[in-house]
Design a protein around this ligand. Sequence first.
Ligand SMILES: [Fe+2]
Length: 152
Amino acid sequence: MNTFGEDEGDLPVSLTLAVEEHIEEQISLCSSLEKIADSLPEDFDPRMCMLAAKSIYPVFKGAHDFEENVLFPYLAKKDGDRETLQQIFDRLHAEHWEDESFGEEVSEALIDLVNGEQDNPEKLGYMLRGFFEGVKRHIAFEREHLLPLISK
Ligand SMILES: [Fe+2]
């Protein structure tokens, strides 16, 4: 608690920093996935693939849980256009669900690649690009429509 009787964790600046940290983690993972996609079919680094495969779930689930359990409720309590906000939450929630499900497929495909069980590396390349490009669009939308609302 600070002198205003607010929980420090809920201060706009702390929230913005926490959101930015989650975004950085996701973007960094997207960069690894892009490097892997560029290295296919033969020049991939198995260690990088395994690390990325194991990071997908915790990184994205952590970011999504933070947004849905901390950020969305914080924004919902503020004054604003509730209908628009609800539309934004619904869209982001659906995208989180899609990314988690797609992310699981990507992880499995990367593990198959490392284990020599990936018989279509070209398809994996498309899959990786489809995944990280979708994540980047999602994050761009959040940066444009959600982050400015924190300090409003
Ligand atoms: Fe999100």
